[in-house]
Design a binder for this molecule. Sequence first.
Ligand code: C2G
Length: 132
Amino acid sequence: MKKILTYGTYDLLHWGHINILKRAKELGDHLTVAVSTDEFNELKNKKAYHSFENRKMILESIRFVDEVIPENHWEQKVQDVIDNDIDIFVMGDDWKGQFDFLKEHCEVIYLPRTVGISTTQIKKDLLKVNNA
Ligand code: C2G
């Protein structure tokens, strides 16, 4: 069984998120998503609208996703790859090169980001609508 691993906040889930989860799953048989905890998001200077528990539950309901684990800090990736017997690590190419250190442990693939959508853009657009 070919196992895939990816990371993210996955707040205000949108079609760009679904696109990468779908393509990641197509690379193998089992997809694990490490979703950023609320505490880790603070380290990323991100404030998710949905709590960790709810972002985890949403991801677990997606048919491309087989397992969801917490992302607590930057340094857990090597251990996650080993503990979960991962064959391929996948991230959007906005992270290109950032995780090449994992190449000692698994294949590393950066997939093209979906253009035209982001959680930040959703928040901005909603703010505009509400202030109109
Ligand atoms: N993504 C994408 N296309 C978009 C938006 C996001 O392909 N239009 C991808 C990102 O490249 C990432 C994943 O969706 O691979 C999750 O994106 P975020 O929730 O923004 O995650 P991020 O803040 O990049 O956290 O340790 C890694 C970090 O936890 C990644």
